[in-house]
Design a protein around this ligand. Structure first.
Ligand code: FES
Length: 119
């Protein structure tokens, strides 16, 4: 079997609504992962590209979080509407989407979301 070209790890972690860090899948529905899976299948990209369920990726304040390996591209604030362009532009064309990218200097920090930052 050929190697995987991309693994998309989609955080499906669920926490209580009162948890201070929040979570990427408050309803526990795995809707975002399901959307990635459907898009990959529709484009005939499986099995070389996989969308895996991930537990907490420890970037909760920036979620919903998706990380793509082996490219190590981290995306935050991912919505269902972002799925087609992530597949098209990042997986197929190798482009990084700047509006979703979690910069290296924000990984593994607990900074507030940009919208919550003070000017
Ligand atoms: S809950 Fe998704 S990164 Fe922590």
């Amino acid at each position: 079997m050929a190697k995987f070209s991309h693994h998309l790890f989609v955080c499906c972690n669920q926490r209580s609504a009162t948890h201070p860090r929040g979570c990427c899948d408050p309803e526990g529905s795995q809707t975002l992962r399901a959307c990635f899976k459907a898009e990959l299948k529709a484009r005939g990209l499986t099995p070389a590209v996989r969308a895996n369920q991930a537990g907490c990726l420890d970037q909760c304040e920036l979620g919903p979080v998706v990380v793509i390996y082996p490219q190590a591209v981290w995306y935050g604030g991912v919505t269902l509407d972002d799925v087609p362009r992530i597949i098209e532009q990042t997986v197929l064309q190798g482009q990084v989407l700047d509006d979703l990218l979690i910069p290296d200097d924000r990984l593994n920090t607990k900074f507030p979301k940009p919208s919550e930052s003070t000017p």
